[in-house]
Design a protein around this ligand. Structure first.
Ligand code: GLY
Length: 424
């Protein structure tokens, strides 16, 4: 079958690379993709995104399955378009995507559905009309987390160490409003513990576990600096056991799927739960309604069997075929451009030549995100430029292979974390 993947980053490159090895996958098209994604069976499509072009592609390329990578396609209604075309889409409807799109919607949904999560205040109105009242609310929480409610390209969450830092962030947001703030702003009580993400393929109230991952969101080693889209990831997380997975399924996943069905917005696609765990206490931090980036870069290489066929079956609610996982650890480290994550006006450098040695180590794969082909070769063209995924039966061997392979791919101004997967 022919598969269409929507998006242009490392997540989409990984999905394409992984599915292209499946017997049932004939060809993978990535729209728009990037210039680093070439491969056997993989083709990028240049047209600009709109419903008319989408329908043309579906017809001309004889697409059987659509996989939206980035959430923006879900918000546009890609899954609803596919439903009209009677085409399988591995992603929720635009209504069900509210779970991720609106931080206010999701927080209220968690509380109404009895899902464990921290308390919050919605200060959208206070923020717009009465900034000083919003500032005084920062005193309510020991470790405030400020969240922009609307879509913010992964840069709308500010984890503050105290109310002073929260006030400073609010001041910056007031002076320089960021995308997504028009839909509101909230503050919740920061919870401490170990952060982990669990991934499920869902169809209405049925689901199948896809794995665990730890993402490294802060830009610098030791979890310092501003949040990014993710600087690296590891899977599986060693302490995640069957008992933990079953608790999360019962306390969080099942009430979520039930709640969505009750609201007449049944959920189909990936549900990616961002969790904070403190001994026996599990708190849901956030929902994402699609594959994670860079979590996908470590989850998919560990899934055995025909994943394309599994996804197609999931879209029709058929989970007869169980997934099997390699007993290995996968790690991914991102190399970012100078200036990334580019908050508050800082420029992210582009146009640097990427030098790639052709002797990458075995069990490693370069995944491209922000790159572009020029006369001189591939150049940087985004914040997260590329990353390397490596895998092995031994976590430390996987890490060593990954960091050695990263040295073989270099560009001016690059920065990356040196502590991915080390302290778990
Ligand atoms: N790595 C976080 C995300 O994909 O949203």
């Amino acid at each position: 079958m022919n598969v269409l993947i929507l998006g242009s980053g490392g997540r989409e490159h990984t999905i394409a690379w992984r599915l292209s090895s499946d017997p049932t996958c004939t060809r993978v098209y990535i729209w728009p993709g990037n210039d680093g994604m070439e491969g056997e069976k993989i083709e990028t499509l240049p047209d600009s995104f709109c419903r008319e072009n989408f329908e043309e592609i579906i017809k001309n390329k004889k697409i059987h399955l659509v996989i939206p990578g980035a959430e923006k396609y879900l918000y546009e209604g890609i899954s609803d378009w596919c439903r009209d075309l009677k085409l399988a889409c591995f992603g929720p409807s635009s209504n069900a995507s509210e779970l991720e799109k609106s931080k206010l919607f999701s927080k209220k949904f968690m509380i109404e559905s009895g899902i464990p999560t921290s308390r919050f205040v919605d200060f959208s109105d206070d923020f717009q009309n009465n900034f000083h009242k919003a500032l005084s609310l920062t005193e309510e929480f020991k470790k405030p987390v400020i969240k922009i409610s609307g879509p913010s390209l992964g840069k709308g969450v500010f984890v503050c160490s105290d109310s002073e830092e929260a006030r400073s962030i609010l001041g910056k947001l007031k002076d320089e409003p960021q995308p997504g703030m028009e839909e509101g702003i909230l503050m919740e009580e920061g919870v401490t513990g170990k952060e982990v993400s669990l991934f499920y393929a869902c169809s209405d109230e049925k689901y199948s576990y896809l794995g665990s991952a730890q993402d490294y969101k802060r830009v610098f080693d030791g979890d310092r600096g501003p949040n990014t889209g993710g600087m690296g990831a590891i899977s599986p997380v060693p302490w995640v056991n069957d008992d933990f997975i079953s608790k999360v399924s019962q306390k969080i996943l099942e009430p979520t799927l039930k709640g969505m069905k009750k609201m007449d917005t049944p959920f189909v696609g990936i549900l990616f739960l961002g969790l904070m765990v403190n001994e026996d206490e599990i708190n849901l931090l956030e929902y994402n309604v699609r594959f994670g980036d860079p979590e996908t870069q470590v989850l998919l290489p560990l899934i055995e069997g025909d994943l394309t066929n599994f996804i197609l079956n999931c879209c029709s609610g058929n989970f007869s075929q169980e997934l099997k996982f390699k007993k290995q650890t996968a790690v991914h480290v991102v190399k970012a451009a100078k200036g990334y994550p580019g908050l508050f006006g800082e420029e992210v450098e582009k146009g640097q030549l990427i030098k790639i040695q052709n002797n990458l180590l075995d069990k490693s794969k370069i995944i491209f995100s922000g790159v572009k082909k020029m006369k001189e070769g591939l150049v940087t063209n985004g914040g997260r430029v590329l990353g390397v995924t490596s895998w092995s039966k031994d976590r430390f061997e996987a890490l060593q292979t990954c960091y050695e392979s990263l040295e073989k791919v270099q560009f001016k101004g690059e920065h990356f974390r040196k502590d991915i997967g080390k302290n778990l």
